[in-house]
Write a protein that binds this ligand. Structure first.
Ligand code: ADP
Ligand code: TZD
Length: 576
């Protein structure tokens, strides 16, 4: 082609967005169509991208967030403007809260009309609304800036503490044309979007000195540690130091939960007793009682932990968030743990046998009690009876991904079901958000190609239940197990006036399995442990979309699960 002809050849915003995504290795888009996204999605599919469309934007957004967490590359979600954007926003905010990299891209109305509030189709100042809810927000007004816009979005999502990014693309942008030559030159392939950040040598030394001085040391691994993919370094550190560790929920499996140094079964004991605690990719937020009070062996609820704190984190402002941090180690976990491994040296002495022995004793006692509880084949099924099946299943298929949401369903599953491989457990995370179930499951199945078992309370499942159609449409190996106890938390709530249903009560004996059948998938009602086991076995073996309606005793569990204490009136009631 002559230079003249080349100069005349044009492309448009639609194709430039696709080219920019592909250039940066992004091959999957989670979306829900509508103007101007429909054409974009068709073109992206025609250009060989994987386009996965949902029934509600929140679920597409949750899928993008899980994709980001599981791959270490930003998950991409496309929505239409105003209502579609707002539906996606919860997922964007949740991704940011959980430190998952994702980019929400929404079409938007023309700036001129939005700024004068002249009433455009789905008019909304989306950039302003998104900004406080994510890590960064950008708008691209000219097609030649698409490359820069996406590069900034990718860097913002991945570098430092990962998070959600909003990218605003006004409808007019997609149709803008420009010469292919100019377009090509405008694209940016992001180099090293999550650069290593090395810790300062003196910070490493300070941390090691403190850890050495401990007589009851403890490591807490959080989902930042799982995200960091420093699995081998972390294992080496734990095993070389001999320090007991506690995995936070999504860090379960980073080392197998059956590891002799895992202190999960003695959680209360180690938190209350430890004198030095090293946090690795875990925040001292509500999930760790803010590092204060009785949980941490302190007298009063506001009193800081007895333990001195080492914090390994990529965010330099995370230390001292709740209580004093004696030794912050700032950098990416891979670099930090490698540096700590080097610094341990040969003169390391493993923790006192009095400490590890006391932990082992408590673990044994608690694990024996749990084994007894799990052995009970209760009818109707309790949470534990049903979860014993999930526990066996995961032990046999440690490569399967477990998605988990609900209250009791979440709390019991977390403490009952051992994980054996990193990044195999996805759950409600930092906010305890309901509704991640089907979005996370779709992304997990696509990214891993492995079976996904989604263990959801009946209320939790309802938030994203319509996506069973999506699971059937893409024929994904997802087995949804609905823990059906007829309501939110439990099914026994009664309206004292006897008029409409009580706040937490659902229709009794609902046939959730028929929802999957409606779209061509497999639906099974399982009232016993044997039926549940058979249904899940079959689902995992066949890889067919399956929903198992697991019938749980409606009296089982407690209101709010294990966070009853945060619920002022429920805290006064005696748990069942
Ligand atoms: P959990 O809920 O499992 O306790 P959190 O979400 O509270 O975990 O904490 C995750 C922490 O991990 C955040 O403070 C975040 O800054 C940190 N983090 C995420 N990725 C990395 C990384 N690659 N290196 C270091 N820290 C990281
Ligand atoms: N809305 C959102 C988005 N997130 C929430 N966490 C809640 C509401 C409040 N909530 C919980 O914290 S757990 C839960 C709700 C509604 C559901 C519990 O009922 P379930 O689980 O049936 O899913 P269990 O296992 O039966 O207790």
């Amino acid at each position: 082609m002559s230079t003249e002809a080349q100069a005349l050849e044009t492309t448009d915003g639609f194709h430039l967005v696709i080219d920019a995504l592909k250039l940066n290795g992004i091959d999957t888009i989670y979306a829900l169509p509508g103007i101007p996204i429909t054409d974009f999605l068709r073109m992206a599919q025609a250009e060989g991208m994987k386009v996965i469309c949902f029934r509600h934007e929140q679920n597409a957004g949750h899928a993008a967030a899980a994709h980001g967490y599981l791959t270490g590359r930003p998950g991409i979600c496309f929505t239409v403007s105003a209502p579609g954007f707002l539906n996606g926003l919860t997922a964007l905010a949740n991704a940011t809260t959980n430190c998952f990299p994702m980019i929400l891209v929404s079409g938007s109305s023309e700036r001129e009309i939005v700024d004068l509030q002249q009433g455009d189709y789905e008019e909304m100042d989306q950039l302003a609304i998104a900004r406080p809810l994510c890590k960064a927000a950008y708008r691209v007004l000219h097609a030649e800036d698409i490359g820069v816009g996406l590069a900034r979005a990718i860097r913002s999502a991945l570098s430092g503490r990962p998070g959600g990014v909003y990218l605003d693309l006004p409808a007019k942008l997609f149709a803008q044309s420009l010469s292919t030559e100019v377009a090509r030159k405008s694209l940016i392939e992001v180099v090293d979007p999550a650069p290593r950040q090395l810790p300062a040598p003196e910070a490493v030394e300070r941390a090691i000195d403190l850890l050495k001085s401990a007589s009851k040391p403890l490591v807490i691994l959080g989902k930042g540690a799982a995200y960091a993919r420093a699995d081998a370094e972390i294992r080496q550190f734990i095993e070389a130091t001999g320090v007991p560790y506690l995995p936070m929920s999504m860090a379960k499996g980073l080392l197998p939960d059956t590891h002799p140094q895992c202190a999960s079964a003695a959680r209360s004991f180690v938190l209350a007793e430890a004198d030095v605690v090293m946090l690795v990719g875990a925040r001292l937020n509500w999930l760790l009682s803010h590092g204060k009070g009785k949980t941490w062996g302190a007298g009063s609820p506001k009193e800081p932990a007895r333990a001195r704190i080492i914090q390994v984190d990529i965010s330099p402002i995370e230390p001292d968030s709740n209580v004093a941090t004696a030794a912050p180690v700032i950098g990416d976990i891979g670099s930090c743990i490698s540096a700590l491994n080097r610094a341990i040296g040969s003169g390391w002495s493993r923790p006192d046998a009095a400490w590890t022995g006391a932990i082992a004793e408590r673990k044994d006692k608690n694990l024996t009690r749990m084994t007894e509880t799990l052995a009970k084949d209760s009818s109707p099924m309790t949470f534990q009876t049903a979860l014993s099946v999930i526990r066996d299943m995961v032990r046999e298929r440690p490569d399967a991904i477990l998605v988990n949401e609900g209250a009791n369903t979440l709390d019991f599953c977390r403490s009952t079901v051992d994980m054996f491989e990193p990044r195999k457990r996805l759950d409600v995370g930092t906010w305890g958000i309901m509704g991640i179930g089907m979005g996370y499951s779709v992304a997990a199945a696509l990214v891993s190609g492995k079976p996904v078992i989604a263990v959801c309370g009946d209320s939790a499942f309802g938030f994203s239940g319509m996506e069973v159609e999506t699971i059937c449409r893409y024929d994904l190996p997802v087995c949804v197990v609905v823990f059906n106890n007829n309501g939110v938390y439990r099914g026994t709530d009664v309206n004292p006036r006897g008029t409409e249903a009580a706040p937490t009560a659902f229709v009794k004996d609902a046939r959730y399995e028929m929802m999957m059948q409606a779209f061509g998938g497999v639906g099974v009602r399982a009232a016993t442990r044997t039926e549940l086991r058979a249904a899940i076995d079959e689902a995992v073996a066949s890889g067919r979309p399956t929903l198992v309606n697991a019938i749980i005793d409606e009296n089982a569990g407690t209101e709010s699960g294990r966070i009853t204490s945060l619920n002022p009136s429920a805290a006064k009631k005696k748990p069942a």
